[in-house]
Design a protein. Structure first.
Length: 181
């Protein structure tokens, strides 16, 4: 009898029950397990997941801050490099200008030294030429005097032995030659 009752009850339930709607005991057990899993996720997994996400967020923000700091340092280094480069260019320009001025001074000094040396050499040459001319003049005078005395002695027919007289004759002869020029 109990068997017939369970069978009749089961047959009655199958006829009236919609196949898309589960049985009430399945809904209760599924709801109970859903609540248990929801509580475990809510109390255990969600805080751990939140902590991990917070750590990652903090790490990302730290890396962003580090990247910003590195970028600021790079910009500062670039500005310092640019400033040093400008200073180096300015200093190089000043050095070039100083070198040009020094070069001009050296060339001017070299020209002045060369002109002074040329004037000194010219003056020394003139002095030497004048000395040689005087020496040649004295040598020529004595030779011309000797020749003139010999010739005058040959023309006159007597020897001129008086030195004072011979010198006077030679001087007068050379003076006549100079006037003739």
């Amino acid at each position: 009898m109990l068997n017939a009752l369970v069978t009749n009850l089961a047959a009655a339930e199958t006829e009236a029950q919609n196949p898309l709607i589960p049985a009430w005991y399945d809904i209760i057990w599924s709801g109970l397990w859903f609540l248990i899993i929801l509580i475990v996720v809510w109390k255990v997994a969600l805080p751990r997941l939140t902590a991990i996400l917070d750590e990652r967020s903090a790490a990302i923000e730290g890396n962003i801050a580090k990247a910003d700091e590195a970028q600021k340092q790079a910009e500062a280094a670039l500005e310092e490099y640019t400033r040093q480069l400008a200073e180096a260019r300015t200093e190089a320009g000043e050095i070039r200008e100083a070198a040009r001025e020094d070069g001009k001074k050296i060339v001017t000094e070299a020209k002045e030294t060369a002109v002074a040396e040329a004037n000194r050499i010219t003056a020394a040459a003139h002095t030497q030429i004048e000395a040689e001319r005087q020496a040649a003049f004295v040598s020529l005078r004595s030779e011309v005097g000797t020749l003139a005395i010999d010739l005058a002695g040959g023309v006159v027919g007597e020897t001129l032995t008086d030195d004072a007289r011979a010198t006077a004759v030679v001087d007068r002869f050379l003076a006549d030659l100079e006037k003739a020029k």
